[in-house]
Design a protein around this ligand. Structure first.
Ligand code: FAD
Length: 506
């Protein structure tokens, strides 16, 4: 397919104007959260147009519901670099602009005779609205905007109940998705030939000038030094997927809840920035399954987890203020304690509950936290400390490299109990038993709490988290480790009362 196209591009290119000063008609790819070339409908459409292609990224903090957090900015910086590098291998480059999207697009269209703008939907409520406005405005100037869904298996709420309503329960949603063929892998490979380029390249800012990579604090500390574990960009995404399928996919169904075992893919930031398509992931899973039928269980489980992402975007479309308002208004009357020193201790990983603290330190150091630990840490903040889930959501938004407008808000609301298909409000994760069950040897906690294993294995008496608390402080390295900031049984009872006391119906 690509070979035939690449041979025909010269003849497909529109007749060049005779006048040297007249710019030939061009097509623009406006990249956003689709920072890749592989399996990208927009890229295909641009190539098929036969027009010279101008790839553009506009950094516009006002075009989405909320500005990116610090960790996401770090990721974006590196991802843009990676995209530019891939484009240069194809004889083209990424034009960088900063400012109001609409003005920047208008400027480029006028100066470089752009007739078609190709973009991917982000499904962020504010940017969807702006896109529609831009499309209307530009239409009258003879410029068409073509939007594609390049990063999701289906459109938000495209899959509906029999009565035509959007789903609010995950399991029936997922069943319908599979039945309607949305989990089938249809992909096409990245084009590997030179792209048609404009006669004159538009001016571009440097990626550095966007200031996304400012990770050094006033005291000279680089908070992102632990982020070296990541390789942002399309190549990094594909490598991570390949290594995961080869080494760890087999562990997924049984061990995905274990933070001490490498059983999950860590593809979430790559998916967030559209560096890999979910169809590509499904395709690679299908290939693995074809060769190793034993992988049926892990592959099915993985597919359903990918669908949670689709489900969350459906919820965001139903409730565009998902990070601000309870999905179920019955939760509006909860009386939060919102104690700022409790919140500080939680953020710093100093609650005295080792699984929570290890998770919060993992987040700070690497921009990531294992899903099970996210649930426990979030539950601890909301239920044990009675701090409003929105505070925690905002902290995650700033610190996570995969911070996602739908997944983050929907997951926090799931833990709080206020979300659609949420965990029942009386489910209060016990951070002690969760640690014993999911990090039985303390390997995960030892990674982030210095001396943890020494502490827990030095003395035979210390078999459980509860023993650990009793003995904390006796052992060298851990003398600075805090006592639990709140007693578990007391906190549990207090949370049940607070959640029971809501005065409206659920
Ligand atoms: P894997 O287990 O390998 O799963 C593969 C992919 O499926 C993930 O990359 C992700 O895209 C998707 N996925 C898996 N679980 C979920 C889920 N529960 N909800 C939605 N999608 C899922 N995920 C984000 O992508 N961004 C967030 O900002 C985010 N915030 C969260 C906040 C809280 C409080 C909680 C409890 C969960 C949050 N999640 C978020 C969901 C989940 O924790 C991450 O998607 C997952 O940990 C990413 O790791 P992974 O790529 O190794 O996942």
């Amino acid at each position: 397919h690509w070979q035939a196209l690449s041979e025909n591009i010269p003849s497909m290119m529109q007749k060049q104007p005779n006048n040297d000063t007249e710019m030939p008609a061009a097509c623009m790819i406006w990249f956003r959260f689709d920072l890749r070339i592989d399996d990208h409908d927009g890229v295909s459409a641009a190539l098929v147009s036969g027009l010279p292609i101008i790839p553009v990224y506009i950094f516009d903090e006002n075009s989405s519901t909320r500005p990116l957090g610090a960790a996401s900015k770090w990721w974006l910086h590196h991802s843009l670099k990676a995209l530019d590098k891939s484009l240069r291998k194809l004889g083209t480059r990424l034009i960088i602009r900063c400012g109001d999207s609409q003005s920047e697009l208008r400027d480029l269209c006028i100066k470089y005779n752009v007739k078609t703008i190709i973009y991917s939907h982000t499904f962020d409520p504010k940017s969807e609205k702006l896109d529609a406005e831009i499309a209307r405005d530009f239409h009258s100037a003879g410029i068409s905007l073509k939007g594609f869904n390049t990063s999701f298996l289906c459109l938000p709420n495209q899959v509906r109940t029999k009565s035509g309503d959007p789903f609010r329960m995950f399991t029936p949603f997922y069943r319908a998705m599979v039945a309607e063929g949305f989990c089938d892998a249809n992909i096409f490979d990245a084009p590997n030939f030179k792209w048609p380029v404009p006669k004159v390249w538009p001016q571009s800012q440097s990626i550095e000038s966007l200031g996304l990579n400012n990770t050094v604090t006033v005291s000279g500390k680089n908070w992102a030094q632990g982020f070296h574990v990541w390789a942002p960009g399309e190549l990094g995404a594909r490598q991570r997927l390949d290594i995961y399928v080869e080494n760890s996919l087999k562990l997924y169904a049984d061990y995905r809840d274990r933070p001490d075992i490498e059983a999950t893919s860590k593809l979430s930031p790559h998916l967030r920035f559209g560096e890999i398509s979910p169809h590509r992931i499904l395709h690679e899973l299908d290939k693995a399954l074809f060769h190793y039928p034993d992988l049926q269980g892990p592959v099915e489980k993985f597919r359903s987890e990918l669908a949670w992402r689709e489900f969350s975007y459906g919820l965001l479309a139903q409730q565009p203020r998902l990070n601000e308002e309870n999905f179920k208004s019955g939760y509006d009357s909860i009386k939060w304690h919102n104690n700022s020193s409790d919140f500080k201790a939680w953020k710093a990983g100093l609650t005295g509950y080792t699984l929570v603290d290890a998770g919060m330190r993992e987040l700070w150091q690497t921009g990531f936290m294992h899903n099970r630990v996210r649930m426990v840490a979030a539950s601890f903040l909301i239920k044990h400390l009675l701090v409003d889930w929105r505070w925690g959501e905002a902290w995650f938004w700033d610190c996570l490299v995969d911070a996602d407008p739908a997944n983050n808000a929907a997951s926090w609301q799931w833990v709080a109990g206020s979300g659609a298909d949420a965990s029942p409000y009386f489910r209060i994760f016990n951070p002690i038993t969760q640690a014993e069950k999911f990090d039985p040897k303390g390997l995960y906690r030892n990674k982030y709490i210095q001396g943890f294993t020494t502490l827990s294995t030095k003395d035979n008496h210390i078999k459980s988290e509860a023993d650990l608390f009793d003995n904390i402080g006796k052992y060298g390295n851990n003398s600075h480790y805090p006592q639990p900031i709140i007693d578990h049984s007391f906190a549990r009872q207090r949370a049940l009362t607070a959640f029971d006391d809501r005065d409206s119906e659920l």
